[in-house]
Write a protein that binds this ligand. Sequence first.
Ligand SMILES: Nc1ncnc2c1ncn2[C@@H]1O[C@H](COP(=O)(O)OP(=O)(O)OP(=O)(O)O)[C@@H](O)[C@H]1O
Ligand SMILES: [Mg+2]
Length: 359
Amino acid sequence: MYFSRLRIQNLRNVVDLELELVRGFNAFTGANGAGKTSLLEAAYLLSHGSSFRTRQGEHLTRRGAADLALFGEIATAGSSHRLGLQRTAGRWIARIDGETPPNLAALFSACAVVGFDPGSHALISGSAELRRSFLDWGVFHVEHDFASWSRRFRRALQQRNALLKQDADDATISAWDEEFVQAAERLTAQRERYAAALASELTALLQIYLPELGAAAVEFRAGWDRSSPLGAVLAAKRQRDRLLGHTTRGPHRADWVLSFAQAPSHEHLSRGQEKLCAIACMLAQARLYQAQRGEWPVIVLDDFCSELDAAHQELALASLVRDGAQVLLSGTELPPRLVEFSSPQRWFHVEQGQARVLL
Ligand SMILES: Nc1ncnc2c1ncn2[C@@H]1O[C@H](COP(=O)(O)OP(=O)(O)OP(=O)(O)O)[C@@H](O)[C@H]1O
Ligand SMILES: [Mg+2]
């Protein structure tokens, strides 16, 4: 899939900007603070409803403006759609082909964007929450009922935590355990399936990106010790959970970890190696999406050339461009060597929130 057009209103320093994009390699260059990352952020927001650089939506709207609005025309294998996402009074509102869908998930399922940016190494060394959202983004795009099971699970977790805080009796708490366990088992089975498929793409890519570290392995952790049924684990931990005021075991604690024969923990990796792992994760996710859905997601690469060495830039970009993915890449400049082996099909110069076509 690819964006043929993006319109951005009141995102960071962008007042109103329209971009005509091509399928293939689109480059954005310009000085620091020009607005390059903001343009990539717009594409990512349409697919995730949150930015890759901040969780706080209020920083996205241009200071002094009331509403932020994004529009994208996305072409997929069999159709094209007009997507809209507006932020008004702290709330997101989606539009698809002029209609308001029942929820934001409908917009996100119509639009797949994966990204790599200077903070992506946190996927390897940062909190489990980042790895869970990465995994869940992929599961969401292949399992049609994942979003509804996730909602049911979150509701059961909130209820259970509220009861634990109120020091409710065992019978009242265990009444919620059944729903908790049912939703937990369903979404964990979906996550596990996806993690296994991702692991096979990822370990193969890591042999290419980081061969010096030896064989790679991905371990999925469900969030509780699965040698016992979750219901029994909840019952065994109930007293402790009551003291802490929250549920300590379950899919909300899930994680996955990457290890290598020569680097068993992420502590053994250099910052650059963490970045290479992160780009491999993003590419594995994109390849898996392609394998499962028959088309590539849009690929956003922010400050790509200052993050990776030349050999790895070429490796990643060449395969994406060859395979026909739409790539949106930003940087203060493009290294001449990169332009030589993979020339942008469209190149914008970005300045003060405006973009001028160079190529
Ligand atoms: N909410 C906001 N309102 C107005 N301006 C903002 C807001 N948030 C950020 N900015 C400004 O928007 C501009 C564009 O930021 P952006 O991160 O897109 O730049 P960039 O071209 O990627 O720069 P760099 O090369 O440094 O990464 C910056 O000048 C920044 O100060
Ligand atoms: Mg930037």
